[in-house]
Write a protein that binds this ligand. Structure first.
Ligand code: ATP
Ligand code: MG
Length: 427
């Protein structure tokens, strides 16, 4: 029988890693709340047609990365590969298309990709979507929100912003024809992947990492030359506003993004510190998608960031402080002492809801319990033995050197314990 291990590309996030995850999640939640975004939670599974109709049938995701299956009724379902489609579906269905409607969500996404550092089959995104506002001030807000978050996480120096405008559909269609015409004359110089895309999704060729193809593209027609006035002025206003607040960016004319639904603004926050997996956050405007999925013509813009990559970046910077397993460790010898300790500990938990108080479990000698106390990283050990039970007291051992520089032990009356603990943490 084969071993029952986790599925390739689907990782356990271990207790040693969850502090970094929680650190990022809390920071994101705080920043989003401070910008007035509300959380929405969508199902992990949606009808396959939702993704086909939004992401685009000839994209990498839909062509080869989706986990799709028929349910018992024979209907095709898909584990969500991204959050925008489900969020738009929910916004249409539940009437959340106010102007502006600011939403965010977080959770696992599923794509059948080749697993490597920063690339999993189950990965996690935090996504932000805004509905109802067609003007570039909205695009600006989303980018500023990201920038604020990088500052908050202490990784602002590790990421940089790439920006482009891909205009509206007629512009892209005109450009597509020009690009295909140019490339068809140079087929022999195109890599295999790009040749395949020439029929299905030629704009993605701009994204090619192949050196020869990149060189070929230097002389190719430019998408920027095909934009209409509306897209042009939208983009230049966005750039103006970013300049005004001092957020730096690079205009990358080849940035096109891998999903079909974008128009006008597209952007990516990239880092050079994670090898090939350089994109930590990506998004853009998708004014046509709500209508395309059966809603009203409501403009929208959004982005998603990859949690795995953010956590990796954060770990490289060591900005997450590790907390000890416990702040206070409670030990006792004998059943009466254990009872006293339990009662006092319950009272302490009420008085100090933010402290981690661990009551020793499983018995053992006082000596072995104290070893555990020490190992836990706690600052205080509270000790109940026969003597303490006899005179209603508790021994408090200061396990770490305090400001006075002395580790020491004192005995206090049980009814003064709370005060003692409070003054310890106040000092
Ligand atoms: P990539 O070019 O790295 O494949 P993408 O363009 O497919 O990224 P998006 O669909 O825009 O990615 O998703 C937004 C973000 O989610 C990415 O910038 C990245 O940080 C993260 N992400 C995407 N796919 C994965 C994955 N398989 N594993 C981990 N993170 C991912
Ligand atoms: Mg991808």
């Amino acid at each position: 029988m084969s071993e029952l291990t986790a599925i390739r590309g689907m990782n356990d996030i271990l207790p040693s890693e969850t502090p970094s995850w929680q650190y990022v999640e809390r920071a994101v939640e705080n920043v989003l709340a401070s910008y007035g975004y509300a959380e929405i939670r969508m199902p992990l599974v949606e009808k396959t047609a939702l993704f086909q109709r939004s992401i685009g049938a000839v994209t990498d995701i839909v062509e080869k990365e989706m986990y799709s299956f028929d349910d018992r009724n024979g209907d095709s379902m898909t584990l969500r590969p991204e959050g925008t489609a489900g969020c738009v579906r929910a916004a249409i269905q539940r009437g959340l298309l106010g102007s502006p409607q600011r939403l965010w969500y977080a959770g696992p996404m599923f794509r059948y990709e080749r697993p490597q550092k920063g690339r999993q089959r189950q990965f996690h995104q935090i996504g932000v979507e805004s509905f109802g506002v067609p003007t570039p001030d909205m695009d600006t807000e989303l980018i500023l929100l990201c920038d604020r978050l990088w500052q908050r996480l202490g990784i602002a120096d590790s990421v940089s912003l790439q920006l482009n405008s891909i205009g509206n559909l007629p512009s892209r269609e005109a450009y597509r024809d020009a690009l295909v015409c140019y490339l068809e004359k140079r087929l022999d110089q195109l890599d295999e992947d790009s040749r395949r895309r020439l029929d299905s999704n030629p704009l993605r060729i701009l994204d090619s990492k192949n050196k020869a193809t990149q060189a070929l593209l230097c002389e190719a027609p430019r998408l920027a030359d095909y934009l209409d006035d509306d897209a042009r002025s939208h983009f230049s206003r966005l750039c103006d506003l970013l300049d005004a607040v001092g957020v730096s960016y690079t205009v990358n004319e080849r940035l096109v993004r891998g999903l079909d639904y974008y128009n006008k603004t597209v952007f990516e926050w990239v880092t050079d510190q994670l090898g090939a997996q350089g994109a930590v956050c990506a998004g853009g405007r998708y004014d046509g998608l709500v209508l395309q999925l059966g809603g009203k013509a409501v403009p929208a813009v959004g982005f998603a960031m990859g949690m795995e990559r953010l956590v990796l970046l954060l770990q490289e910077h060591g900005s997450v402080q590790e907390r000890p397993e416990a702040d206070i460790y409670v030990v006792s010898a004998g059943s009466e002492a254990q009872r006293e300790a339990l009662v006092a500990t319950q009272a302490l938990r009420v008085a100090f809801p933010d402290l981690c108080i661990q009551q020793h479990v499983g018995g053992g000698s006082l000596k072995s319990q104290m070893k555990k106390a020490d190992k836990s990283g706690a600052s205080l050990a509270l000790i109940w033995g026969e003597d303490e039970v006899a005179d209603n007291s508790v021994s408090v051992k200061f396990l770490r050197e305090n400001a006075v520089g002395q580790a020491r032990q004192i005995n206090v009356a049980t009814n003064r314990l709370e005060k003692t603990v409070r003054s310890f943490y106040a000092s």
